[in-house]
Write a protein that binds this ligand. Structure first.
Ligand SMILES: C[S@@+](CC[C@H](N)C(=O)[O-])C[C@H]1O[C@@H](n2cnc3c(N)ncnc32)[C@H](O)[C@@H]1O
Length: 330
């Protein structure tokens, strides 16, 4: 769907199916009058469900680094006239930090990471390996290097590392070599050229294995272009700094690298005193700043995964801020 088509969408078109929505609503447990900070507003699907739970009253901060969500945010505001809706068109790390400086404190923070179906459905953004488009992949088209820039700039060795690390691509080296050869003739501009190089670089049986052969390389490039893992790590720290005691955070991630960061940060923040057990009194003075609400990661049920293919790889973790003073957040 084109950007202009989204911008003429009426408020009731907010009915897009958000991932693990019922689980998110149950875990965040919001109520009328609360302040919710949504770090990844996207198409506003979770926002619509949370606003309903808030009976349309309270404050909703809608953050997204993709400026094209503006029409959706305006429709959301129009649909909830009794709610203070604020749109921040920037990355969530930056937004959370500004909110902290302003003294805003949240009852709930939501992060639904990765790209939205809205972005994938805009072929000109270059996120999809199934349609030929410019190799862009920036969530914020106003800022930073495109995927084509990265493919032109990075040495073959670094490309191979990137594909292996962020895409868990088994054929990372042959693909990087093939890219090196191809770009000496002419630079990459379009996604179909890259898909073709990947197909040629991998053994024939692998081309017909699980999933599209270009899926992992595209994922790796998207993560690098948008600096996604740094965003998750720094975003969690900044989010915890604005959570009120008793406030809750829910994070949906779409691959193990992101989920590992979330799990580890929650685990560290939930850890009380770390002194050796034989020390008579605590010397570290550490207190748990979070209580983990999801001892086991939550995955979608078979029905949701079948209905909504984007949900299939999703995983949700949530935690509650303890009463430790905000300045001592771990
Ligand atoms: C999976 S979608 C969110 C969908 C949304 N929860 C819904 O129900 O419609 C992710 C959105 O987060 C945005 N996003 C991803 N990383 C971001 C970041 N670091 N800062 C701000 N927005 C980000 C993307 O632009 C995209 O619109």
């Amino acid at each position: 769907m084109s950007q202009s088509a989204w911008s003429v969408m009426p408020a009731n078109a907010l009915a897009h199916e958000p991932v693990l929505a019922h689980e998110v609503v149950a875990l965040l447990d919001v109520a009328a009058g609360m302040t919710v900070v949504d770090g990844t507003f996207g198409a506003g699907g979770h926002a619509a469900m949370l606003a309903e739970q808030m009976h349309g009253r309270g404050a909703y901060v809608a953050i997204d680094r993709d400026p094209s969500v503006e029409a959706r945010a305006r429709a959301f505001r129009a649909a909830h006239p009794d709610m203070a809706v604020r749109l921040m068109k920037r990355d969530f790390v930056d937004a959370f930090r500004s909110l902290a400086v302003e003294g805003v404190r949240a009852d709930a923070v939501l992060l639904d990471l990765g790209v939205s179906s809205m972005q994938i459905d805009q072929p000109e953004r270059g996120f999809s390996y199934t349609v030929d488009a410019p190799l862009d992949m920036r969530m914020d088209p106003r800022d930073g290097e495109t995927a084509a820039d990265l493919l032109a700039r990075l040495p073959e060795r670094e490309l191979a590392e990137l594909f292996a690390r962020y895409g868990e691509e088994r054929y990372a080296r042959p693909i990087a070599k093939a890219i090196g050869r191809r770009r000496r003739e002419r630079p990459y501009e379009r996604s179909a050229d890259l898909v073709e190089t990947i197909r040629r670089a991998i053994p024939t049986p692998a081309q017909f294995g699980a999933g599209h052969p270009a899926k992992r390389v595209f994922q790796a490039l998207r993560i690098a272009v948008n600096d996604e893992l740094t965003m998750v790590d720094e975003g969690l720290e900044a989010a915890l700094a604005i959570l009120k005691p008793g406030g809750r955070i829910a994070v949906i991630s779409f691959h193990s690298l992101e989920d590992r960061i979330v799990k580890e940060r929650f685990r560290r923040a939930a850890q009380p005193c770390t002194c050796p057990p034989d020390l008579p009194v605590c010397a570290c003075r550490r207190q748990a700043t979070l209580r983990v609400l999801t001892p086991r990661v939550i995955r979608p049920g078979a029905a949701e995964a079948d209905r909504n293919p984007r949900a299939a790889s999703s995983r949700l973790r949530a935690a509650e801020r303890t009463a430790v003073p905000l300045g001592e957040a771990g």
